[in-house]
Design a protein around this ligand. Structure first.
Ligand code: FNR
Ligand code: 8K6
Length: 347
C-alpha cells in the first residue's frame, strides 16, 4: 500500500476530509478580553483551510476551565458568534473544522474567574501560569458528585454551542494533564468514590463526558484526544496503563469520528506503557480511526501511515510556521522551520 496523504479520506457517513493532514490544536492566547475569537483569528484559520481538518485551539467550556490568558471560550452568545465568523471563513475556503473542548481542571487559576478550582482530588501541581509566572497554581478542590454532573453537562452544552457556531464536530480535550486526563491518572486522582481507585471508576468521567457529547451532537461529530503516558503537568504511575486498557475498548464501542494521541514527540517511550510510544500503545488497543501526532514531518507521517501505525496525521508547529504547508508539501517546496518567537503573532 502506498497511501497518498493528499487524497480524500472518509471519516464516516457524515464527514469526508479532502486529505489526511489535520491541523493540530494549538493554543495561541489571542482571543479578546471576553474570550471571543478576533478577526485575526478568522484570517489565521481561513489561511489553513486546505488541511483535511482544522482542530481549533483548545476552547474553554466555562469560566472555571481557564488556565491561560485570553484563550477563547464557547459558553457565551458573543463567543458563539465570534466562532461563526471563523467557521464561515474556513468553509468558504473549502475547509472543515472541529472545536477542541477544554477544561484545565487543577491548572485553572482564579485570577481568570470568580470561584473555585476544581479537580478530581485536592492535589495541586507545582508551577505557575505560562506567560503570567506570578500566578502560581493553587491546591484545587476535589469535585463533588454534583460538580461532576455539572461539568459533564457543560461539556455537552459547549458541544451544542460548537455546532451552532458552525463547527463540523468537536474534539474533547482529554489529554495533556487537564481535567479529563487528571481523572485518568493515579497521580491526580485519589478519589474513593465511583470516580476513583479502579480503572473502570477512573475512566468513568471521560466516558460520561464522551457519552454526553455524543448525545448532544452525534458520534460521527465527536472525537477525543488522550495522553496515556503522563508527560505534561502530571507524573507517570505504572498503574495508569490499566486505566487506558479499560478505556480504549470502551471508546471503540462508541464509534467516534477519531481518537487522537496527545504528545509533542511520538518517539517518546513510556515506562508506564511498557516501553511503548503513544501511537504504538493506542494502535494496539484501539481499532477505530486513529490520529497520530508529535514531531512528524510530512514524509515521516506518510511512512507511519503506510506502515499502519495510524490513519491520519495532525501537524502542529510546522503549520504555525507555514500557513501554506499543504501547498508546500504538495509542490515539494522547503518549509520554514518553526521557532517559539512565532507564537507572538498570528500569521
Ligand atoms: C500545543 N499543543 C496543544 N495540544 C492540545 O491538545 N491543545 C492545545 O490547545 C495545544 N496547544 C499548543 C500550543 C502550542 C504553541 C504548541 C507548540 C503545542 C500540542 C499540539 O497539538 C501537538 O500535539 C504538538 O505540537 C506536537 O505536534 P507537532 O507540533 O510536533 O506537529
Ligand atoms: C506558550 C503559548 C501558550 C500556551 C501553550 C499551551 C500549551 C502548550 C505548550 C507548549 C510547550 C511545551 C511543552 C512541553 C512538553 C514536553 C515534553 C516532553
Amino acid at each position: 500500500m502506498n497511501t497518498d496523504l493528499l487524497t480524500p479520506y472518509r471519516l464516516n457517513d457524515t464527514i469526508e476530509l479532502k486529505n489526511r493532514v489535520l491541523m493540530a490544536p494549538l493554543t495561541r492566547c489571542m482571543a479578546d478580553e471576553n474570550l471571543v475569537p478576533t478577526q485575526d483569528m478568522v484570517e489565521y484559520y481561513a489561511r489553513r483551510a486546505d488541511t483535511g481538518l482544522i482542530i481549533s485551539e483548545a476552547t474553554i467550556i466555562r469560566p472555571d476551565g481557564q488556565g491561560y490568558p485570553t484563550t477563547p471560550g464557547l459558553f457565551t452568545r458573543e463567543q458563539i458568534e465570534g466562532w461563526k465568523k471563523v467557521t464561515d471563513a474556513v468553509h468558504a475556503n473549502g475547509g472543515k473544522m472541529f472545536a477542541q473542548l477544554w477544561h484545565v481542571g487543577r491548572v485553572a487559576h482564579p485570577h481568570f474567574f470568580d470561584g473555585e478550582v476544581l479537580a478530581p482530588s485536592a492535589i495541586g501541581v507545582e508551577g505557575s501560569v505560562p506567560r503570567m509566572r506570578e500566578l502560581t497554581y493553587i491546591t484545587p478542590k476535589a469535585a463533588t458528585t454534583d460538580d461532576i454532573k455539572s461539568l459533564i453537562a457543560d461539556f455537552a452544552k459547549a458541544a451544542e454551542n460548537a455546532i451552532e457556531a458552525g463547527f463540523d464536530g468537536v474534539e474533547i480535550h482529554g489529554a495533556n494533564g487537564y481535567l479529563i486526563d487528571q481523572f485518568l491518572h493515579y497521580e491526580a486522582n485519589v478519589r474513593e468514590d465511583e470516580y476513583g481507585q479502579t480503572p473502570q471508576n477512573m475512566a468513568r468521567f471521560a466516558l460520561e463526558v464522551t457519552d454526553a457529547v455524543i448525545a448532544a451532537v452525534g458520534n460521527e461529530r465527536t472525537a477525543l484526544r488522550v495522553t496515556p503516558g503522563a508527560y505534561f503537568n502530571m507524573s507517570e504511575d505504572n498503574r495508569d496503563k490499566a486505566v487506558f486498557d479499560y478505556l480504549l475498548p470502551e471508546l471503540e464501542k462508541r464509534n467516534l469520528a477519531y481518537l487522537h494521541g496527545g504528545i509533542f514527540d511520538d518517539s517518546t517511550t513510556f515506562e508506564s506503557l511498557e516501553g511503548k510510544t503513544t501511537s504504538e500503545f493506542l494502535r494496539a488497543g484501539y481499532k477505530g480511526v486513529l490520529v497520530g501526532v508529535g514531531s512528524y514531518s510530512f514524509e515521516s507521517a506518510k511512512a507511519a501511515i503506510n506502515e499502519g501505525k495510524f490513519d491520519l496525521i495532525a501537524i502542529g508547529r510546522p503549520l504555525i510556521a507555514n500557513s501554506d504547508y499543504i501547498s508546500k508539501v504538495t509542490n515539494g517546496e522547503e518549509l520554514v522551520p518553526y521557532s517559539d518567537e512565532m507564537l507572538a503573532e498570528l500569521k
